[in-house]
Design a protein around this ligand. Structure first.
Ligand SMILES: [Zn+2]
Ligand SMILES: [Zn+2]
Length: 347
């Protein structure tokens, strides 16, 4: 199948038009014409090889939504014309205990990433900054026509990455929950935690985000650079979702957890974290992490969003704005996710 998109040819080259081939849809495959693709901060890390091991050429993008254009003979979930989404993975081994439990991000063989990854047969995979994608129906999700399709795209990564840990730790009424960072991930974590009925406290370093956080559902906002505001909440949180990708003081947040409280990382600082053991021992606290979410839970999240009218807050842009968007994401200057409009992709 002929495809066209934007690719990085090296860690220093800007994304540029790129023609490539994808496999033709097999019996269980779904082909999707891409309408929109979100820009995740991890796209930038990988395009610039900031985590190491990047594979070029690379077509980034794993927040993909569009319309089904072809289905294989054994596909049961989709027909041509359906709305569909593809997220961070396009395959996994399917036979390890974690795959059998539909927790594919934790596949012991390693799942196949949507881009910057090789399929098990060695084929280089390309992502959603492109006009189409082919994937096994297990990794393609149904999308409700009730929601704004462009604003659905970020649910496929930022949405499920925050939904999954909030569900795993059973966030709901009667719980005090902190959301650390108000960016692409944080704003979705805030919306979900609020929707699940928790008392939600947003942490931010910038006074300019206080009003926004309240609008998005925060019951309280803490300016994390104010020690007095932080101290007032010592030992009071059931759960904190840490959505920050820059190095930060873990002990300052662990101290805010109550007995048996958990701080869960979903952001990915590129440096090792430092933690005082006492911050964990005092209060029998847990420091944990969570990676995206499995296929069953991703569909559950999308269905929940359709039922509760939850989407990402986005800035829809054309492909001509890609370089500028990358710079603004790095600066945290986006409310709260850029989404590329497929209509502006011209070969
Ligand atoms: Zn992502
Ligand atoms: Zn597996």
């Amino acid at each position: 199948m002929k495809s066209f998109g934007y690719a990085a040819q090296s860690k220093t080259s800007p994304l540029a038009p790129f023609h490539f081939d994808r496999r033709d849809p097999g019996p269980k495959d779904v082909a999707v014409a891409i309408d929109y693709c979100g820009i995740c901060h991890s796209d930038i890390h990988q395009a610039r090889d900031e985590w190491g091991g990047s594979i070029y050429p690379m077509v980034p993008g794993h927040e993909i939504v569009g319309r089904v254009t072809a289905v294989g003979a054994e596909v049961t979930k989709f027909k041509v014309g359906d709305l569909a989404g593809v997220g961070v993975a396009v395959d996994s081994c399917r036979v390890c205990p974690n795959c059998l439990a539909l927790e594919e991000p934790y596949c012991t063989k390693g799942m196949v990433g949507t881009y910057n990854a090789k399929d098990y047969d060695g084929t280089l995979m390309h992502g959603g900054y492109s006009d189409n994608i082919v994937a096994d129906e297990r990794f393609v999700f149904s999308i409700s026509p009730k929601l704004d399709l462009a604003a659905v795209a970020p649910l496929l990564c930022a949405g499920i990455t925050t939904y999954s840990p909030l569900r795993h730790w059973k966030v709901g009424p009667g719980m005090k929950v902190g959301i650390l960072g108000l960016g692409g991930l944080g704003h979705m974590g805030l919306k979900f935690a609020h929707s699940f009925g928790a008392h939600v406290v947003q942490f931010t370093t910038s006074e300019s985000k206080i009003a926004d956080a309240k609008k998005l559902g925060a019951d309280e906002v803490i300016l994390s650079k104010d020690p007095a505001q932080m101290a007032a909440h010592t030992g009071s949180f059931d759960f904190i979702l840490d959505c920050v990708s820059a190095p930060h003081d873990m002990d300052a947040y662990l101290r805010l957890l109550k007995l048996n409280g958990t701080l869960c990382l979903v952001g990915l600082p590129d440096q090792p974290l430092s933690v005082q053991p006492f911050s964990l021992l005092a209060g029998r606290r847990s420091l944990s992490g969570s990676a995206i979410g499995g296929t069953k839970e991703t569909q559950e999240m999308l269905d929940y969003c359709a039922e509760h009218n939850i989407v990402s807050d986005i800035e829809l842009i054309g492909y001509d704005k890609l370089p500028e968007a990358y710079e603004r994401v790095v600066k945290g200057d986006v409310k709260y996710r850029f989404v590329l409009d497929g209509k502006t992709l011209k070969s």
